[in-house]
Design a protein around this ligand. Structure first.
Ligand code: DGT
Ligand code: CA
Ligand code: CA
Ligand code: ZN
Length: 579
């Protein structure tokens, strides 16, 4: 989705939050929240629209359109600035707790005189919440849970936020004269699901112009440390960026060192010692003479250690060095390997774009097949009916293979809801009409471990369930996944020919990398899906691919990297065996 849309949506959402804190009109708060979501999901670049164009966006009326125009013209909105000034900083800090809304944050701030997360935690432990009307023992528990989640996330940001920021900053740095190479390293290059800080590297003879430009970036809110070859800044959103300038000759060694992980680097240094070598951020050297051996490229450094180049997502000390030495490193699946997307939505349920628009956007991504999987009836809010689903199927069949040139094939599917017993929405006769079914847990997230396990295993046993969607239901930093014996679920998937999804939405990345590694050992196959509800979200597939790579998957492990005939054979095999 166009980036300015996100930015404008964030301002509208902030305004809604600020109004809620100051006890503003609840109807108006809701109106701004809805408008924020509509802007975020709007397929066109909102910053290019005029007043009339803006008002054509669903949920955007005149007064909201005016504010957006003001923002686009001046970079701020007077009403938002005023609202910000009225809110104490302490309240804003409290709202960082995922289980605490703005209104209750304001109440806690006023009545307990707490202005930070730590002060609130103290107050709860001292039992001071018990005297407050409207905050029962459940609230205390809920708040402590939220504080724990916040601390676990430890100020880390999601992979998409970090990637976008790094790409913007690198675009600026690469324009500076004297930039021989630039790139990002650290956990971002390894594509971890969350990133603590962003490590940027530049290869150049003279570091001064880069240090200068870095501190003057529009993103920079505060300079944390400034030196000759390393500068750290904090962005307006609180994210730390480290920039290091290396001599072009030691680019490879520097990139290797700062990519990490620390544990992977320790493994490499030990290996170097066995070869009578010393590895540092400056290069690989003879231990005794100090004579340089390799430093210009990462490939050289790995090669001199007797290793193939190890892809960064694998550098987590999970056996990659041993596998490399034995020639057993996997060839990780790449985004170009994906031939289609198997879990997507349209505005027939909670998607924001229509069927034709989503299909056209998928075709632009070069896919050779694409599945539409709108929500099934048991997710009541979506108001799905048999008739609506069948009508969508007709429209989809009419679009299938239409258009000139490359012909993308369309699959008609659905995202079923797994009920507490493991059943799904429709009887088998109706399910048989779909090309494929994703089945996901959307409710009853707090059942016992035994019940969750049984429920998922039972869903796998349904001959029409092809993919388990976002298998644990976790939301990174906000909600832990369901408690289930995943090894039993993985075994059931392998036994029944059911694939596990790697949901690519950056706040899900579900299954996560470690669980993928385990599932792979059971012989499970996977589907890397965008679960897109907007055109822009189709692009999130890159984060799913990153997660698959971190789980050591090859294109053979991933259904949607297969040719359509092989995919269809896989889908039908399950039905045939059970028929
Ligand atoms: P993060 O930022 O917490 O998401 O994780 P990383 O892996 O990006 O860690 P960071 O930013 O502290 O350091 C970037 C890389 O630099 C790290 O992966 C390995 C290397 N590195 C940094 N400090 C050390 C150190 O003290 N020892 C070693 N061996 N490597 C280090
Ligand atoms: Ca880092
Ligand atoms: Ca760092
Ligand atoms: Zn879902």
């Amino acid at each position: 989705m166009p980036r300015p849309n996100d930015e404008i949506a964030a301002v509208l959402q902030e305004y809604a939050d600020l109004m809620a804190i100051t006890g503003g009109d609840a109807f108006k708060v809701r109106a701004y929240e809805k408008a924020a979501r509509a802007v975020a999901g709007y397929p066109e670049d909102v910053s290019r629209l005029d007043e009339t164009g803006l008002r054509a966006i669903p949920q955007v009326g005149r007064s909201i359109a005016d504010k957006v125009v003001e923002y686009l013209r001046t970079g701020t909105i007077a009403a938002v600035e005023e609202a910000r000034a009225r809110i104490p900083a302490g309240v804003r800090e409290l709202t960082a707790i995922p289980t605490l809304g703005p209104k209750r944050a304001q109440q806690l701030h006023e009545r307990l005189h707490v202005s930070s997360v730590a002060e609130l935690a103290d107050a709860i432990h001292q039992g001071r919440l018990e005297d407050l009307r409207g905050f029962g023992p459940k609230s205390a528990e809920n708040l402590l849970h939220g504080i724990a989640l916040l601390q676990q996330s430890g100020g880390r940001v999601l992979l998409d936020t970090a990637t976008e920021t790094a790409e913007e900053v690198l675009a600026e740095l690469s324009r500076i004269t004297g930039c021989v190479r630039c790139g990002y390293a650290g956990s971002l290059r390894r594509m971890r699901e969350t990133v603590g800080d962003i490590d940027l590297l530049v290869a150049a003879e003279d570091s001064a112009p880069f240090m200068e430009a870095f501190t003057a970036l529009p993103h920079t809110a505060e300079v944390i440390a400034r030196g000759g070859t390393k500068t750290s800044v904090r962005t307006t959103t609180g994210l730390q960026l480290d920039l290091r300038v290396l001599p072009p000759d030691s680019w490879g060694a520097g990139l290797q060192y700062f990519t990490g992980s620390k544990a992977h680097n320790i493994g490499l240094r030990t290996l170097a010692l066995h070869h009578g070598l010393k590895l540092s951020e400056y290069g690989l050297f003879q231990a005794e003479s100090g004579r340089p051996v390799a430093s210009r490229t990462e490939e050289e450094v790995y090669e001199r250690l007797g290793l193939p180049w190890i892809p960064p997502p694998l550098r987590e000390d999970r056996g990659e060095i041993t596998a490399g030495l034995h020639g057993e490193l996997p060839q990780p699946v790449r985004q170009e390997d994906l031939r289609g997307d198997l879990h997507t939505h349209t505005d027939l349920t909670d998607g924001l774009a229509g069927l034709e628009e989503m299909v056209a956007a998928a075709a632009r991504l070069g896919y050779s097949y694409y599945a539409v999987t709108d929500h099934a009836p048991n997710l009541f809010m979506q108001r799905m009916t048999d008739e609506k689903m069948l009508a969508q199927r007709e429209r989809l069949r009419a679009l299938d293979g239409a258009g000139r040139g490359r012909r993308m094939r369309l699959l008609h599917g659905t995202e079923l809801n797994i009920d507490p017993e493991g059943g799904v929405d429709w009887p088998e006769e109706f399910l048989a009409g779909f090309d494929l079914c994703v089945a996901s847990v959307h409710s009853h997230l707090t059942l016992s471990r035994a019940e969750q396990t049984r429920r998922l295993v039972h869903a796998c046993e349904n001959p029409y369930v092809n993919i388990i969607g976002h298998p644990t239901g976790r939301l990174i930093g906000r909600r832990p996944g369901i408690d289930a014996d995943l090894d039993q679920v993985f075994a059931a998937c392998a036994r029944t020919g059911t694939a596990l999804e790697i949901n690519a939405q950056p706040d899900r990345l579900d299954l996560r990398d470690e669980d993928i590694l385990r599932a792979r050992r059971h012989g499970v196959v996977f589907a890397v899906d965008s679960d897109a509800h907007t055109i822009g979200a189709l692009g999130a597939i890159r984060y799913g691919v990153a997660t698959a790579q971190r789980g050591w998957l090859t294109k053979d492990d991933v259904l949607n990297a297969w040719p359509l005939t092989r995919l269809r054979r896989f889908l039908l095999a399950k039905r045939t065996v059970h028929a």
